[in-house]
Design a protein around this ligand. Structure first.
Ligand SMILES: CC(C)(COP(=O)(O)OP(=O)(O)OC[C@H]1O[C@@H](n2cnc3c(N)ncnc32)[C@H](O)[C@@H]1OP(=O)(O)O)[C@@H](O)C(=O)NCCC(=O)NCCS
Length: 358
């Protein structure tokens, strides 16, 4: 491919300092490619929201390469690893603007990532890809038996040609806002009554309260093991109070606001579950659902429903005007999907999760 250059972006300290302009342009390219697959800009992010995630390298190391043609950024490639010494898994993403596809740019960027993975001794590469709507009638069904991706999409062809195999399909769902407050309050009453007096819900905005850091670290660790992983390697890097703090610090420099609800088993003080929403500053933009988890031993008591409803009521009260909430769930995760469907979420898109042994 003539005219392609690949360089690694040194993550800038600020958007208006050195490297900031490239970061802003990279974000625009990211949003264009995602909207191309999704059909809309609901998941678009602002550079100021993305930068803190890229600055937070201590626990989640990641590198970003840019593909340029004539100096213009037309493609991105990302490799993410974790600090767990025993982990030999890396997550990769290759994205090329539509007008620059079919010229070998994706292949060249992928080779850059695979070479780095080789140097790191990586054994497994995994990749998450948003699927657009394609006419292809032929589909590849996930080995879980739940969900499929089109066989002829550029992503599928690209990954199959590089010996990746589909492991899981996630459903992306959208809840139209505003909620029907009375209905949600009633449903919360039912869920809380079913959970019983042993459980209490604790809410906060932004930073994790000091006395909840250990609970949150435990819950985030369990997110990797207690959510369905199909044939994917879980991200098993350990969570500590320090890591939760580091994440909170990164979030504090983002314009987004994180709303957390935690369920506690009062007799033991154990953390039973949690849910998070990330609210962008502009009311015209969609809210992102973050993690939701009820740990195995506290399941079956409607805590998942209670947690989510409590957070939605808060949004309705204090952050009104947003058009929607968007969430990702494994298609085989029937419990979470049942909760979401009962609340009113409807399918909005699909994401394939792929794996390759090196
Ligand atoms: C998948 C994606 C990265 C491919 O990027 P790309 O730059 O078009 O990739 P390449 O050009 O290297 O290869 C893609 C195809 O172009 C073909 N091609 C490569 N060089 C070519 C050339 N000079 N002329 C014509 N075709 C060419 C390849 O053979 C391949 O064909 P195939 O799909 O029939 O196997 C791109 O479509 C994209 O960004 N999609 C959205 C994100 C995504 O799905 N990423 C993949 C998972 S990480």
């Amino acid at each position: 491919m003539t005219g392609l250059t690949i360089d690694e972006l040194a993550i800038p300290a600020t958007l208006d300092g050195p490297g900031g302009a490239d970061f802003v342009e990279m974000t625009r390219v990211r949003n264009e490619i995602e909207a191309d697959a999704a059909g809309n800009y609901d998941l678009a992010v602002r550079p100021a929201e993305l930068l803190p995630l890229w600055r937070a390298q201590k626990y989640e190391p990641k590198r970003l390469f840019l593909g340029r043609v004539g100096g213009r950024i037309v493609a991105r490639a990302i490799i993410e690893t974790n600090r767990e010494p025993a982990s030999r898994t890396a997550w990769v993403t290759v994205e090329v603007l539509r007008d620059f596809r079919q010229r070998g740019i994706g292949a060249a960027l992928y080779e850059t990532l695979e070479a780095i993975a080789g140097e790191l001794g990586t054994a497994v590469l995994q990749s998450y890809v948003m699927q657009g709507a394609y006419d292809s009638v032929e589909r590849i069904v996930a080995p879980t038996g739940y969900g499929s991706v089109p066989r002829e999409s550029p992503a599928t062809r690209f990954l199959l040609a590089r010996d990746f195999r589909l492991e899981q399909v996630a459903r992306v769902s959208r809840l139209e806002l505003p909620i029907d407050r009375e209905r949600i309050e009633r449903a919360l009453g039912v869920a809380v009554a079913s959970a019983g007096d042993d459980y209490r819900l604790v809410e906060w905005v932004g930073r994790t309260p000091e006395d909840r850091l250990d609970q949150l670290a435990l819950l985030r660790g369990r997110m990797a093991t207690d959510a369905p992983n199909a044939g994917l390697e879980p991200d098993n890097s350990p969570w500590t109070a320090d890591r939760v703090l580091a994440e909170d610090e990164a979030l504090e420099s983002s314009p987004r606001t994180r709303l957390t609800v935690l369920a506690e088993h009062a007799p033991t003080g154990e953390a039973a579950g949690y849910t998070e929403l990330d609210v962008p500053p502009e009311p015209a933009r969609a809210i992102s659902q973050g993690d939701t988890l009820v740990v195995q031993e506290h399941r079956g008591r409607r805590l998942g429903m209670a947690l989510k409803l409590a957070n939605l009521l808060r949004v309705d009260e204090r952050w009104p005007g947003h058009p929607s909430v968007i969430t990702f769930n494994a298609e085989e995760n029937r419990h979470m999907l049942q909760v979401n469907e009962a609340i009113g979420f409807v399918p909005w898109g699909y994401e394939g999760a792929w794996r390759k042994e090196l």
